[in-house]
Structure formats: C-alpha cells, structure tokens
Design a protein around this ligand. Structure first.
Ligand SMILES: *Cc1c(COP(=O)(O)O)cnc(C)c1O
Ligand code: SF4
Length: 365
C-alpha cells in the first residue's frame, strides 16, 4: 500500500485495494498467529479495510482504537449465550424486500449489503457482505411499492450496508422515487462512507443529496475522535456546505471509546465538523462481540459524566435496542422522589434539590 499512489483519491481504487487477507494486513498491522488463522479461515464475517482507513490506524499497534473496529480478533470465536445473529430481531419485521417496518411511522430500507470497510460489531453481519448486492430493480420496485401503499410511513431510513456505495445516478434516482411518494415527510441515509472512504464525497454526490419536495438528512457513523482526520472533516464540510443536514451516531465499544474524555472529544469533534450528535448506541449482542461490549451500567455512568459538564449540543441519546422490541433511550436518573408538593432531584454536581410540583396554584389567593 502506497500513500503516494496517484490513484489514492479515486474511491474505486480504494475499494479495489481493500485489505482482506492476513498477508494484506501484514503491511500495516501486527497479527497474532491465532488471528492470522482466523482471518484466512474466513472469520465470522467479511474482512475488508480501505487503504485510507488503514492509514488512519496506528501502524503495528494492536491496541489502536481504529484498527480494533475493523481487524478480526480471534475472540470473535467466543459466542455468549445471549448473543444472536439477528440481535435486533429484524428479520420477522421484513415486510417487503429490504424493508424493516417496526415502528408505526418509519421504515428502514436496506438497499445494499456492501460497505467500504467492515465493522467487527456490525448489527447486520448476518446479512452484510453476504446478500446478492446491490438490491435488484424488481426487489427495489417491490420495496418502494410497499412504502407507497402504506400511508402511515412518514420517514424512510435508507441504510444497508452503505447506501453511499450505490453509484451517484442510482442513489439520485432512488431519492427521486422516494420524494415522489406523497406521504413521506423526509428521508434519511445512514452511512460510514465519509469515514472509510471520504473521497467518495464529491460535487455530484452532494448534488444528488439535495432536498427535493422533501429534505434528505445524512447520519454518519463515527466512533472515535481520531476518525475525524483532515480528509474526513473535508468530506463532512463539503456535505455541510452543500446544505445537507448531518447527524452523528456512535457505538459504545469497550477499550475503544468507553471513557468520558474520548466521548466528549468525539462529540465536540462532530460539532466542529457540523455534525450534530444524535445517538450513542449500546453495542448490540451480535454473535462473537463480547470483547467489544461494555455493560449498560458503564454506558449510563458515562452519560452521567457528560450531562451537565458538557454542552447539551454534544450529548446524544444513549440507546439499547431490544430483540424485536425497538430502541429504548436510557438516561441516568436524577429524580429521587416525587410527591404532591415537590420533586427531589440531584443536579449534575451531585447536590440534592427540591423543586416545587404545584401546577401554578396560588397558595394565598
Ligand atoms: C433505528 C430504527 C429506525 C429509526 O429510529 P429513530 O429513533 O427514529 O432514529 C427505524 N426503523 C428501524 C427498524 C430502526 O432500527
Ligand atoms: S458500516 Fe455499518 S453496515 Fe457496514 S459493517 Fe459497519 S456497522 Fe455494518
């Protein structure tokens, strides 16, 4: 891999030169013998890392928080009893090809199984990099037909895989077709391309993401402040300059971003890149990901360390996602008790306060 390669900024070159085998990874990473065997034996899930993302990793450092997200660990072979291939129970909610309809007013539309690089904790690893990709035109027509004849849907979340790996004309055509469905109020795209493959973001892509009758929001998956390298910030800046509203979502990962300073830096870094932090997801119980997961208690403690000490703009919602039951936001509890007269709370400094509970009633009329 050569950072001076004249084709470095060509996103197709980056995809063609992804690191996939132990021999490819040797140029940049130190692998244990078990890891080498595990990767070359196929691992639990596709291996693929763009040269660009590899270049952001600390060379030959197995503890690098970026490398650990994408390099298979032989610990993936250990599967906990509560871990699942489909941890969110999405498959029973498939209503049409690629359409997961769990909530009354919004659906997930999975348009491709391909990603620029593969995250070891991927919630959809049962399907990502394994489905016939991208979705064919018959399936897509059936998916759009379901959305068009279900008037309760107001919001379509286009995901995958990574929708920004569709060609620009295909993506633009998909957004045009969604915008033509009268009951939709907005569309959003979930992507990690600006981090794994920032050279994919160009003027044509920005033009494809323009608002139609309805706006297109882009939510970027970003887990560590070091992912906000110059090229990534530049790609996000291009999107923001083009008027694309940007949100950020992170996954809480053990030994990668599970300390308050790293999370604070990540969320401030997002804001500096004009990305509004939206969700911090607890790491879903995907098969073979115990080594990457914290406890929910740790997640709540970290949220408690952010709230009040950090700009509210930099505090996302922390969520667990139930197997089939949907997302549940968790918030550390500052409420101690509540009665007719008052609520008793603890503030961010840990002081106890009482706050009146009267609904505007005058005591001495
Ligand atoms: C996360 C998710 C959504 C979007 O949820 P929001 O809380 O609105 O961001 C929609 N459908 C499914 C199936 C999801 O998992
Ligand atoms: S980018 Fe998203 S869909 Fe793709 S491997 Fe990572 S978590 Fe999974």
């Amino acid at each position: 891999m050569d950072l001076r390669d004249p084709q470095w900024l060509d996103w197709h070159w980056q995809l063609r030169h992804r690191l996939r085998t132990a021999a490819d990874l040797d140029a940049w990473f130190t692998l244990t013998p078990e890891q080498r065997g595990w990767i070359d034996g196929g691992g639990a899930f596709e291996t693929g890392i763009t040269p660009y993302f590899a270049s952001l990793c600390r060379r030959f450092d197995p503890a690098c928080p970026l490398a650990r997200q994408v390099i298979p660990d032989s610990a993936e072979q250990r599967i906990a009893s509560f871990e699942r291939a489909d941890p969110l129970g999405e498959d029973p909610h498939r209503r049409a090809p690629g359409v997961v309809h769990k909530y009354p007013d919004r659906v997930l539309l999975l348009v491709t199984d391909t990603c620029a690089s593969y995250c070891r904790y991927c919630t959809r690893s049962r399907w990502v990099a394994a489905a016939p990709e991208p979705m064919g035109s018959t399936d897509l027509a059936a998916a759009l037909d379901y959305i068009a004849r279900t008037p309760g849907i107001r919001d379509v979340l286009v995901s995958g895989g990574d929708p920004l790996l569709l060609s620009t004309p295909r993506l633009a055509a998909l957004l045009d077709r969604l915008a033509a469905i009268p009951h939709l109020r907005f569309v959003r795209i979930g992507t990690r391309v600006p981090v794994f493959l920032p050279m994919r973001v160009d003027a044509d892509l920005c033009a494809a993401l323009r608002p139609r009758r309805i706006p297109v929001f882009v939510n970027v998956h970003l887990n560590h402040p070091r992912e906000l390298a110059a090229g990534v910030r530049d790609a996000l800046g291009q999107l923001a300059d083009a008027g694309v509203p940007l949100g950020g979502q992170a996954v809480l990962l053990r030994g990668i971003n599970d300390d308050a300073d790293t999370l604070r830096e990540l969320f401030y870094g997002m804001l500096e890149a004009r990305v509004r932090p939206y969700y911090l997801f607890h790491c879903d119980p995907v098969r073979g990901t115990s080594h990457l997961r914290t406890s929910v208690e740790d997640g709540l403690r970290l949220m408690g360390e952010l709230v009040g000490r950090t700009s509210g703009m930099a505090v996302p919602k922390y969520c667990i996602d139930l197997e089939g039951g949907g997302k549940v936001p968790l918030w550390p509890s500052w409420l101690e008790s509540i009665d007719q007269e008052a609520v008793t709370v603890t503030n961010w400094r840990g002081e106890r306060w009482r706050y009146v509970n009267h609904p505007g009633k005058l005591e001495n009329p």
